[in-house]
Design a binder for this molecule. Structure first.
Ligand SMILES: C[S@@+](CC[C@H](N)C(=O)[O-])C[C@H]1O[C@@H](n2cnc3c(N)ncnc32)[C@H](O)[C@@H]1O
Length: 248
């Protein structure tokens, strides 16, 4: 049997298990495995799921937070209703979406932000990884607007250039930051999850006054990768522009 056959079969196995248990996605098992290992969601918690469509993680978050919990999901795409969850259509990088999330909280405080966010993949790994790095960094910045001291944050990341900058930015904000690759992810996949626990009451000195995005930009600068804001307006979230240092 080829390695590819084995990987496809394993992926299908997770999909079959998820379907048989009523979960909308195989990814639901990734959050279940993160939960088994780190117990990030506690009964009664208020959970924000960023990039929630089509709703597999929402289903798990509703189960784990229980009857006293509150689960809010946000995605660019519409998500069919999930019992026990509030779903918002919006771009997490927009202030108006942050406002709508705040309005949906019924005065409660979010304890955990989980994110399986992924850009529209182009199939070109460097481009996809760069856009994903920016998106995950923006989700960390958004999470910092909600998660209180002691709270947790999880995001998907694609391995590659610049990731260490995001890990460092996370470590400046949380006391416990670990990478975790659930077995429900494809073994060939370069995706992994950054699990950040125990938000610090104060960001570490190195990061004071900076957003995570600014820190990641600085990190890319140190690597010799110049970073510029995209000039053109585009509908989708546009990633960092990697420019050759010698180019003008
Ligand atoms: C892999 S899917 C999430 C699957 C989900 N965890 C589940 O189990 O059903 C990633 C999602 O991120 C969403 N996304 C990408 N960019 C976003 C943004 N800027 N704001 C909100 N959602 C975004 C995509 O629309 C997509 O639905």
């Amino acid at each position: 049997m080829s390695k590819r056959w084995y990987q496809d079969n394993r992926r299908d196995a997770w999909r079959r298990i998820a379907r048989s248990k009523g979960y909308r996605t195989r990814s639901a098992y990734k959050l279940k495995q993160i939960q088994e290992r780190f117990a990030i969601i506690r009964s009664g918690d208020c959970v924000l799921d960023v990039g929630c469509h089509p709703g597999g993680w929402l289903q798990v978050a509703v189960e784990e937070s229980g009857e006293e919990g509150l689960v809010v999901g946000v995605d660019l795409l519409a998500t069919s209703p999930v019992e026990g969850a509030v779903v918002i259509i919006g771009d997490i990088t927009d202030d108006s979406t942050i406002e709508r999330i705040n309005e949906s909280l019924e005065g409660r405080e979010i304890n955990v932000v989980v994110s399986d966010i992924s850009p529209n993949l182009t199939g070109r790994y460097d481009t996809d990884q760069t856009i994903s790095l920016e998106l995950s960094t923006l989700v960390l910045d958004a999470a910092m607007r909600f998660v209180p001291a002691g709270g947790s944050f999880v995001t998907k990341i694609f391995q590659g250039i610049g990731i260490e900058g995001l890990v460092e930015a996370a470590k400046d904000r949380f006391s416990n930051v670990q990478r975790f690759s659930p077995t429900a992810s494809r073994s060939s996949s370069s995706e992994t999850y950054l699990v950040c626990q125990n938000r610090l009451p104060r960001v570490r000195a190195a990061a004071r006054g900076k957003t995570a995005l600014e820190q990641v930009n600085e990190h890319l600068g140190r690597l010799g990768i110049l970073v510029e804001e995209a000039e053109e307006e585009e509908e989708t979230v546009v990633g960092f522009r990697r420019l050759n240092k010698d180019s003008d």
